[in-house]
Design a protein around this ligand. Structure first.
Ligand SMILES: Cc1cc2nc3c(=O)[nH]c(=O)nc-3n(C[C@H](O)[C@H](O)[C@H](O)COP(=O)(O)O)c2cc1C
Length: 364
């Protein structure tokens, strides 16, 4: 029911985004959206561009006196990092969209695919996802993300054992709520910078307060697990998504990984949440827990060799301004994308033209 579409290039005048299908009456806090955009720009190990861009959203449609009207929400983000590169580039960088842009659209100047494939586009998705987050908040659903691995440094403590996890994540330069692990992650990044390397890692997105019954097992494309993994896989450099404890549990015996039922305060509860809040493609009322795995970003200072697509001769690559690690920034985009999908499934299940109407349905 919800639709999100974005347009614009990395060094074009602006990025634009449209979010269609949210009810009227959601309070849209511009400062909240700007703060989320700042978080996407941040994270230890990012390049210079982030200090140049000043992301603040301009609302072009669908919002009146700080509230959604029910019409498509239109947002613009001005690009301030400079004009498009004018010199043409014919040597594809491995791991980027350069070569596929040439094969698919016939672009010889590889700046053209780069301009649109650049993760700059995730800024506008973050702005739209922030509105979804606000919508979910008013329905009692909280979505938050944190980094649990950079390179080989992993957080071992389960997130459920960390108090004030959102605050602690915000305080960490790498968006990891474990202070000791954050320090080790920073060391890992510093070593990578010294070695002219890049790093990958993983982040976790948790959705709390999601009611049971979102999604369905009745048709393959109704499954909420499929929709959530699709949304996270759409983030550049995310190459895998795991639900619940599957990365560990696929090596275990079945009897060790079931979430047993018990009764607490007259209600059925689960003793564990290995399934990550989804059974049979449908939310089961527990926290929805998703882990996204990122490849090390492809622009590596030491990679210089490529082939010119016009001459078919070997050519040296010019290094393009780049980050060392983007897992913290990507975690914010992950939060936005998961918020979008859960908002969509809430709309499908509860509907409503206004937030007021929807709240009545959710709480009845
Ligand atoms: C927030 C964010 C920032 C990124 N910044 C860079 C960067 O500075 N340099 C780079 O080589 N890749 C960067 N990437 C990854 C590339 O955009 C991505 O690897 C490339 O477009 C190819 O897409 P794919 O990895 O999904 O196949 C970034 C990704 C994200 C999510």
């Amino acid at each position: 029911m919800l639709k999100m579409i974005t347009g614009g290039e990395s060094h074009g005048e602006k990025l634009v985004g449209i979010l269609d299908g949210l009810p009227a009456g959601i309070r849209v806090d511009a400062d909240y959206i700007t703060a989320m955009l700042r978080r996407r720009q941040g994270g230890y190990g990012r390049g210079k561009r982030m200090s140049i861009e000043e992301d603040s959203p301009r609302f072009v449609g669908g919002i009146h006196k700080g509230q959604t009207t029910g019409a498509p929400i239109v947002i613009e983000l001005k690009n301030t990092a400079g004009n498009p590169v004018t010199s043409e580039r014919f040597s594809p960088r491995p791991g980027h969209a350069d070569f596929v842009g040439y094969k698919k659209f016939g672009h010889l100047d590889l700046n053209i695919p780069t301009e649109r494939a650049s993760a700059r586009e995730t800024a506008i998705r973050t702005a739209l996802g922030a509105i979804c987050k606000l919508f979910l908040k008013s329905l009692g659903i909280e979505v938050f993300a944190f980094v649990n691995r950079i390179g080989k440094v992993s957080m071992q403590t389960p997130y459920t054992e960390i108090k004030d996890i959102v605050k602690k994540t915000a305080e960490s330069p790498v968006y990891c709520p474990d202070e000791g692990v954050s320090k080790k992650m920073i060391e890992e990044i510093d070593t990578a910078i010294q070695n002219k390397e890049t790093l990958g890692g993983s982040f976790v997105v948790v959705s709390k307060g999601v009611p049971a019954g979102l999604g369905s097992y009745t048709q393959w494309d109704s499954r909420i697990d499929a929709a959530l993994t699709f949304a996270l896989m759409s983030i550049p450099s995310v190459k895998g998504v795991a639900i619940g404890d599957i990365l560990k549990n696929s090596k275990e015996e079945g009897s060790k990984v079931q979430d047993m039922f018990s009764v607490k305060d007259g209600k059925i509860t689960r003793e564990t949440n290995h399934a990550g809040g989804i059974e049979g493609g449908t939310s089961n009322g527990e926290d929805i827990v998703l882990t996204a795995l990122l490849k090390p970003i492809p622009t590596v200072l030491s990679i210089k060799r490529s082939i010119n697509i016009k001459t078919l001769k070997e050519e040296t690559l010019n290094y393009i301004r780049s980050d060392t690690v983007v897992v913290p920034a990507a975690s914010v985009v992950g939060e936005a994308m998961v918020s979008f999908v859960i908002s969509d499934f809430m709309m499908q299940r509860y509907g409503g033209d206004s937030l007021e109407e929807m709240l009545r349905r959710v709480t009845s």
